[in-house]
Design a binder for this molecule. Structure first.
Ligand SMILES: Cc1ncc(C[n+]2csc(CCOP(=O)(O)OP(=O)(O)O)c2C)c(N)n1
Length: 543
């Protein structure tokens, strides 16, 4: 057996069924050995998208996503995808081919120091120096990626190591013993009891949930907890979908693009539980987070997050699922009906006014109608830009999932991530929504979608601008626009045809519902071009 066979054998042992990637001589042994297994391989059209597709897969299946690319330019192309996953704590194991061990450091053809380059945005990285280390390294990599705070792990595989003979192959099921890596998943019992005491005395308690609740698979126990104690909930962008939009205890997304009622709830709460959220600028720049006179409980599986931006009154290090299971075992009572009534009252007061007829499709209305008509368990992948913010604010969440690149804000994420999601669960409806700028960063993946029969529905919100930056220039540079006009986009109907994908244009409000019905009707892939107003701003729609 050679090193590459050992790598693939490890993937089989880890239950991997799909690997996204791109080829190149330095990773050829890997792709050759994988032919001996039932693992599905997906050839994306550029390496960054291998990581995005693996991310969509990981988020859908709630397991580690895997990708593999070649050395040098393949590896550097992958970096943005890795950084994107790191910012959102998505578990990935990423393989990169590397030049022969003895040539490392000599600037040979297609050599790049990828472990060095990726250092600040991987959870851990390995350069494999000895073939016999392969089983240990891969076992550790999967464990590290998928425990504690999830994240990407990189394994750089020199070509000679992939080809070297490995004498005996052993793979254990035991968790690896890592001296310096021992994530705390159980919350401290005394701290949990302290929180129940604080909640008992709270007049205006609030929970703000982040992506950590999704990542720890804690949605169900969390819902039971807040329904039992009737505690109002707001979410960060990464926490969207933990509760359905119409849940009586849910008050929407917080932050500078969030809902007024959610930000007001943050400001006025006297006990605030932040769960699996980074307390980062997007979420807390609108609410006043001085936290004076407020009890802040910050729960996160990563101790480094706690106190990073705001010092909590009560820190709890642990996995959200374990913590809420422990909360459910505690008996305490809190009553705060006046607080709920005041939030409900405020929510009805700040409803957005009527939609003005601009001759274009109104983006918020479009998102509401589309998401309202989507399957209950559909996966909606928003890209980055105005379309993302319109999506976050107007998406009607049922039992489905909402994915986006929240931490890094990487344009071009939605289409490859949607393809990964569809491959992870072909039975679920998957819709990617992107701007015309981001679409052109990933449109090559229409070929991947077709080749592997992953019928994703794609919405392109066409305003002929890099809309969100245009909006910024409108407000900050008083309409002096620079580098934001896309000219006229390519003919998307012809483009769809070239890729063998159905096409629908949505340009009149009076036909919008019928267009959406047509778009969602069949299981086939389809691209819908939605003509939106270049002057539309997200800021004008905040309610
Ligand atoms: C890879 C990358 N490059 C640049 C940016 C900066 N950026 C953020 S939003 C945006 C505009 C997005 O335009 P478009 O995709 O057309 O969507 P819209 O805002 O019009 O909905 C840009 C350029 C980014 N987030 N990611």
């Amino acid at each position: 057996m050679i090193g590459a066979d050992a790598v693939i054998k490890c993937l089989v042992k880890e239950g991997v069924d799909t690997v996204f990637g791109y080829s190149g001589v330095a990773i050829d042994p890997f792709w050759n050995s994988i032919l001996e297994t039932d693992i599905k391989t997906v050839l994306v059209r550029t390496e960054q998208n291998a990581a995005h597709a693996a991310s969509g897969y990981a988020r859908t299946r709630k397991k580690v996503g895997v990708c593999a690319v070649t050395s040098g330019p393949g590896a550097t192309n992958l970096l943005t995808g890795i950084a994107t996953a790191y910012a959102d704590s998505i578990p990935l194991v990423c393989f990169t081919g590397q030049v022969d061990s003895e040539l490392i450091g000599s600037d040979v053809f297609q050599e790049a120091d990828v472990t060095g380059a990726a250092e600040s945005f991987v959870k851990y990285s390995y350069l494999v120096k000895n073939v016999k280390d392969i089983p240990r390294i891969i076992h550790e990599a999967f464990y590290i990626a998928n425990t504690g705070r999830r994240g990407p792990v990189l394994i750089d595989l020199p070509a000679d190591i992939q080809l070297a003979h490995i004498a005996d192959f052993k793979y254990t099921d035991e968790p690896p013993k890592l001296r310096t890596y021992k994530p705390t998943v159980k919350g401290n019992t005394l701290q949990i009891k302290k929180v129940t005491k604080v909640l008992e005395n709270a007049k205006r308690p609030l929970v703000c949930v982040g992506g950590g609740v999704h990542l720890s698979d804690a949605e169900e126990v969390f819902r039971k907890f807040i329904e039992k104690h009737r505690i109002p909930v707001v979410s960060t962008m990464m926490g969207l979908g933990i509760l359905p939009s119409d849940h009586p205890m849910y008050y929407g997304m917080v932050g500078n693009n969030g809902f007024q009622v959610a930000n007001r709830a943050m400001n006025e709460s006297d006990v605030l539980l932040m769960v699996g959220a980074r307390v980062a600028d997007r979420a807390v720049s609108a609410p006043d987070l001085t936290f004076e006179g407020k009890v802040l409980v910050h729960m996160d599986v990563d101790p480094a997050e706690i106190g990073k931006n705001v010092g909590p009154t009560i820190p709890i290090v642990g996995d959200a699922k374990h913590i809420f299971e422990d909360f459910m075992g505690e008996s305490f009572y809190c009553s705060h009906e006046a607080w709920i009534a005041s939030l409900n009252n405020y929510r009805t007061m700040v409803r957005r006014g009527d939609v003005k007829d601009t001759g274009f499709i109104d983006s918020p209305e479009f998102v509401r109608t589309l998401s309202g008509k989507m399957d209950d368990d559909a996966i909606y992948v928003a890209d980055v830009g105005q379309n993302q913010l319109f999506s976050c604010r107007n998406y009607i969440m049922k039992k489905g999932s909402f994915f986006t690149s929240g931490g890094m804000g990487t344009m071009g994420y939605s289409i490859p991530a949607a393809i990964g999601a569809k491959m992870a669960d072909p039975e679920r409806q998957v819709v990617a929504v992107c701007g015309d700028g981001a679409f052109q960063m990933s449109m090559m993946e229409l070929a991947t979608m077709n080749q592997y029969k992953a019928p994703v529905k794609i919405v392109v919100m066409r305003n002929n601008y890099l809309g969100l930056v245009r909006e910024h220039q409108h407000f900050t540079y008083k309409d002096n626009y620079s580098m934001v006009h896309l000219g006229s986009d390519p003919d998307l109907e012809l483009l769809s045809k070239a890729y063998g994908i159905n096409y629908i244009k949505c340009e009149k409000m009076e036909n919008m519902e019928a267009d959406i019905d047509k778009f969602l009707k069949s299981d086939e892939s389809c691209l819908m071009e939605v003509m939106t107003d270049p002057t539309e701003t997200v800021a004008g729609t905040i309610a």
